[in-house]
Design a protein around this ligand. Structure first.
Ligand SMILES: O=C(O)c1ccccc1N[C@@H]1O[C@H](COP(=O)(O)O)[C@@H](O)[C@H]1O
Length: 227
């Protein structure tokens, strides 16, 4: 659980003004714009700028990229001016640090978790990234590395250094997010497919339900911790 910092909710892969407005109305702390071309949530720079103009100052704008070079990422930083970058590929700790220097803003680094062994990688990113995002690993034959709506075994996180701040993602949805928060005590939660009616099609009602359920569970946990 985050040590005193506010609990974060992130709705990722928004691609229309209507669903972005739904995320804002529901109180999303972060919204993700997905620049991975093979994703069903992919947005062009033009569309991203349109969405960012609506979102700026109301929520934190996160640009999601996969295995980009430093010049590519710096160019997007200048063109979009997101508040955060999310690196969701195979970026090493050194590449993550170099990318953070290149974009000049906070970064979150996604790490795939399938076994206890995978947790060993987390410590190496502690200095390189501002936030760690623990996600499920993609299926073996997947065309893109995230957004598959599959959870990992949350009990594995009992083996994580308790001082490690992280955001949880992978297969979260309105029905399971409270349970996931209770088990893993994350600093925040990130969702994409769990608030969709079809791949890439966000559902405003599910977005509202997800955020309300996550906030309620985080508040209950916080109360329990401070009582
Ligand atoms: O959502 C995508 O299409 C995507 C594509 C490439 C990299 C990451 C992607 N999404 C991220 O994956 C996790 C989990 O998503 P889900 O809730 O299981 O669908 C989330 O962090 C998204 O930001």
């Amino acid at each position: 659980m985050s040590n005193g910092s506010p609990f974060l909710t992130k709705i990722c892969g928004l691609s229309t003004p209507e669903t972005l407005e739904a995320a804002l109305a529901a109180g999303a702390d972060m919204i993700g714009l997905n620049f991975h071309p093979r994703s069903p949530r992919y947005v062009t720079l033009e569309r991203a700028r349109e969405l960012a103009a609506i979102a700026r100052g109301k929520t934190e704008i996160v640009a999601l990229v996969v295995d980009w070079s430093e010049p590519q990422a710096a160019e997007l930083a200048a063109a979009l001016k997101p508040d955060w970058f999310q690196f969701h590929g195979r970026e090493t700790p050194e590449q993550t640090a170099a990318l953070r220097r290149a974009v000049g803003r906070p970064v979150m680094k996604a790490l795939g978790i399938a076994t206890a062994e995978d947790l060993k990688a987390v410590a190496a990113y502690r200095e390189a990234a501002d936030l760690i995002l623990l996600d499920a690993k993609p299926p073996k034959d997947a065309a893109f590395p995230g957004g598959h709506g599959k959870p990992f075994d949350w009990a594995l996180l009992a083996g994580l250094d308790p001082s490690q701040r992280f955001m949880l993602s992978g297969g979260l949805d309105p029905a399971n997010v409270a349970h996931a928060i209770g088990i893993t005590r994350p600093a925040g939660v990130d969702v994409s497919s769990g608030v969709e009616s079809a791949p890439g099609v966000k559902d405003p009602a599910r977005i509202a339900e997800f955020i309300a359920s996550a906030r309620k569970a985080a508040a209950a946990l916080q109360e329990g911790l401070t009582a």
